[in-house]
Write a protein that binds this ligand. Sequence first.
Ligand SMILES: Cc1ncc(COP(=O)(O)O)c(C=O)c1O
Length: 506
Amino acid sequence: MVKRAGGSLLLSIQINREAQQPVSTQLCIALREMILTGGFLAGERLPASRTLARDLGLSRNTVIEVFDRLVAEGLLESRTGAGTFVSAVLNVSRPKPQQPDAPPLVHSAPKLSGMMAQAVSRFGDRKRLPHMARAFTTALPAFDVFPMAQWARLSAKYLRGARDDILGYGDPDGLPQLRRALASHLRVNRGIACEAEQIFIVGGAQQAFHLIGSTLLNPGENVWFENPGAIGARNSLIACGANLVPVPVDAEGLRVDEALRLSPQFRLAFVTPSHQQPMGNVMSLERRFALLNAAERAGAWVIEDDYDGEFFFTGRPPPTLKSVDTNGQVIYVGTFSKSLFPALRLGYVLVPPTLVDTFGTIMSKFLPGVPSHTQAMVAEFIDEGYFASHVRRMRLIYRERHDVLLAAAHQRLTGLLDVQPTHGGLHTIALLPASMSETAISRDAEQRQVTVSPISRFALAPVAVNGLVMGYAGVSPKLITAGVEVLAQVLEARLSLAGKRKTQAR
Ligand SMILES: Cc1ncc(COP(=O)(O)O)c(C=O)c1O
């Protein structure tokens, strides 16, 4: 039930007793807004607390408490024996209220820095990363089988630890226990000879790309970038002023010969060698050496994004580029968004020894760091062996989901959509006949709650391939099969529409 106040302006204050917000907070917000927008003159006397309480149907204590809060904020002044007044300071320093006929402020374009103004225009669509998985969302691991109980136990254990560790500022480079755990994980599982000091903990891979770009790039410098390629990395580097050079990829990865032809001078190259994003290929050893040689000649750095390299389905994992980087040109970036879950916002950068001091200075001087709680839990998860067994288990689950997708596609999508097998990771691609529009199919599918991304979304420049990116890791085999059925219907409907148009045209 909404009650109205008596009195002139105060009539407009509405107190909703059914709202979740306490009535004192509602009154405080309403009075604050009236004061700041010029509803009261500076120095004007407010009604007595008793009167206001009666008019609004509140207790006098509530009104007194609100007056006290606004006095503490400097908006009201209380004068003993005289009453409560709007602070005289507002006479000079209160922002002028907008004229009623002036255009609303939100519509006037804010002045951005030149670099960000340019970047904003190049970011592409405003799609946000997915919050929950459905067929065939990319980017999300399997939440349905995440070991929540283990996670909760580790969290409770952490909170019983020493107060200084829990509450104090953490090490800006990252929690030492996590850096040590990661160094050992990378040595054993990713073939990378490294020390914990080379690893810096950040809030996810995307932040790592921005950190690297803002540290090593001057605006306008050339960056070789896989085309099609990773959207998040693309945006981070654009935000640093990079001039991205779209370099085609093939079954062996980045076409280094093409890159040299397009831009022999470059400052940075971005690659996903273990599982090209989005096409899914592993970069060949020959290409790896060609890239490292080109980078050495140009005095350039190479970013290796190893976002899902842990999840391979057969044999040994694809090697990292970093493992053959003998000259220290590769900056390796890892994330827990796929191997654990993305809400952690936890990733890391492994820099060559020559960059350790620079990154250490940057981290300690102005990067806020990552919550200690999160880092400590992940470190414990790794040290206790849970991480290794979680990844092993997920490999089997993702392989099963991948196989279910391929089997269902074989049954239902043959001749419509050619779903490609992949060696690992959380997604694959599916090729469409040239006559079918990937954007139209993805739009139709989205209307039926099935997500497939056009490959062109990942492209900086037009690519020859026509198809869709399909995630299989995030949902159960049952949902995968149901999603394939929806896709088949969507494709059949499009085909029959195209057939009808052809007949009409004859
Ligand atoms: C290619 C690639 N790298 C890294 C990431 C992870 O980014 P973040 O660690 O910021 O969540 C993603 C997420 O989808 C990705 O697609």
